[in-house]
Design a protein around this ligand. Structure first.
Ligand code: MN
Length: 488
């Protein structure tokens, strides 16, 4: 979490004299220091900008500095916006306009024209907002008193979304083999995602992984087994199967770390030379922040890594998920999500168990070890990135996860049960209408607003299905967006 910071750039001009500028600077420093205490990343005061040159210089530096994940601007006084054009036009980092005010109340007795000239964010921020609108800049606008907790929460959320942008732009994904044969939704234009989102999507042979597995030592496996035992209950006698998963995990992690990859995909159709599809191995890698997608789904893999990085403490409760089957009993309509093995334990309600079971799908010679658990209850979202041909569409649906209403003792995989918004069947209609995939990222700590912010910063289409969505309104929205994105 200490890796990134945000820069506080305050707008002003020379018109008000040195004393006002000194006051503005002192207050801006105080605000940055105080806000930093309430935010997940430091907000670093940079400059009280009064000229085109100062603004261009700070933007140039922000673009260049890897640790700068975005800029936050504010106009304590009036800052004529033509002098912001050159700087803003070259800005390559996420941008938030914090429309706030140093003082909370208007001081009844003390207010005079000096007070008015110092405290004029109400019109300074409008001038500042206009130029970003005129330049069609993707930006977040947050308005309110800077000491208000609600403002801290919204600025925190935006910062995490901005970190999601930085993470996306540096993302490398390791594909072990290709996508599952004939599947459409897991396909995508790799050149387009690299251009738009920064992702480097490349493939490595399963044979390379098998060779790497052969070089893992028994001592390395012993160390990882001790870690498994500290985190999970061992609920199988087949210790060899767990050790095999440890071998797979160590080899995959080594290959990813060597290449700087933070996400990976594989498919049960391409396991030549491996005894088990990685189950526990993939789950424990996800717990460490790596993204994963089954059946070669590299898009959902990278989205899992990004949502994890956007979540609490830089590795939140976000998991690769698949809509599996429905409970359609009236009054208890739920979707049951799982995967054949690989659900991230960050969404577990309790301590996961390591179990081994037969897996009929794929070329498994041995029963793969996997973590089995119930997902926790609570508000969440599911996220799907699809390639519409010529553009990417991000679909987000609000959901309410529940404690699974059935024990399902013979289900050999981790499971999460939820109700989609606005209700299960309408939600399904909307999701299918929008083209949402069966694979998603399910997240408890990233919000739809953050995903909207992320999509805006990445310049991709965003569709949100929430409690107020109707199939009719959605159909119209998709029609309009189809036109808009063809023109863009
Ligand atoms: Mn799947």
């Amino acid at each position: 979490m200490g890796k990134y910071e945000f820069w506080f750039v305050v707008g002003s001009q020379f018109l008000y004299g040195d004393d006002v500028l000194k006051t503005v600077e002192a207050r801006a420093k105080e605000m940055a220091a105080e806000l930093s205490k309430a935010l997940p990343y430091p907000l670093v005061y940079k400059v009280t900008a009064k000229t085109n040159q100062e603004i261009s210089d700070v933007v140039k530096e922000a673009n260049y500095r890897d640790e700068c994940a975005g800029i936050v601007t504010w106009c304590h006084t009036f800052s004529p916006s033509k002098m912001w054009i050159n700087g803003l036009a070259s800005l390559q980092k996420p941008y938030c306009h914090l429309a706030t005010q140093y003082n909370e109340a208007i001081p009844d007795e003390e207010i005079d024209m000096d007070f008015m000239n110092l405290n004029q964010a109400a019109h300074g921020d409008r001038e500042h907002g206009f130029i970003a609108a005129r330049l069609r800049m993707p930006r977040k606008v947050i308005a309110g008193y800077w000491k208000d907790e609600k403002i801290h929460k919204r600025l925190s959320d935006w910062m995490k979304a901005a970190v999601g942008v930085v993470v996306s732009k540096g993302m490398k994904v390791m594909r072990f083999g290709d996508n599952m044969r004939e599947v459409a939704v897991t396909e995508g234009d790799k050149v387009e995602v690299q251009t738009k989102l920064g992702w480097q999507v490349n493939t490595w042979a399963v044979g390379d992984l098998v060779r790497e597995m052969g070089e893992v030592t028994e001592a390395e496996i012993d160390a990882l087994m001790a870690e498994y035992e500290s985190k999970y209950d061992i609920a199988t006698d087949d210790i060899a199967a767990i050790r095999y998963q440890a071998r797979e995990e160590i080899a995959m992690k080594r290959m990813m770390d060597r290449e700087g990859c933070k996400a990976f995909s594989n498919t049960f159709q391409d396991l030549y030379g491996m005894e088990q599809l990685p189950g526990l191995a993939s789950q424990h890698l996800m717990a460490q922040g790596y993204g994963y997608g089954g059946e070669g789904d590299w898009k959902v893999s990278v989205m899992t890594a990004i949502l994890k990085a956007m979540g609490e403490n830089g590795n939140g409760a976000s998991a690769f998920m698949e809509d599996y089957t429905y409970h359609l009993v009236k009054g208890q309509e739920y979707s049951l999500g799982a995967h054949m093995l690989e659900v991230c334990p960050s969404v577990a309600a309790g301590r996961p168990r390591i179990e081994t079971h037969h897996l009929g799908i794929g070329m498994n010679e041995k029963d793969p070890a996997r973590l089995v658990f119930e997902g926790k209850a609570g508000k969440a979202i599911v996220v799907s990135l699809v390639d519409m041909g010529g553009r990417l569409r991000l679909i987000v649906q609000d959901i309410e996860a529940v404690k699974p209403i059935l024990p399902m003792p013979n289900l050999p995989v981790a499971r999460v049960m939820w109700r989609a918004m606005p209700d299960l069947t309408t939600g399904v209609e909307c999701w299918i209408t929008a083209g949402g995939a069966h694979h998603t990222v399910l997240s408890y700590d990233v919000t739809a607003e953050q995903m909207r912010d992320w999509a805006r910063m990445m310049d991709i289409e965003f569709v949100h299905i929430d409690k107020d969505t109707t199939p009719e309104k959605l159909e119209e929205e998709l029609l309009v967006k189809d036109l808009v994105w063809k023109l863009k």
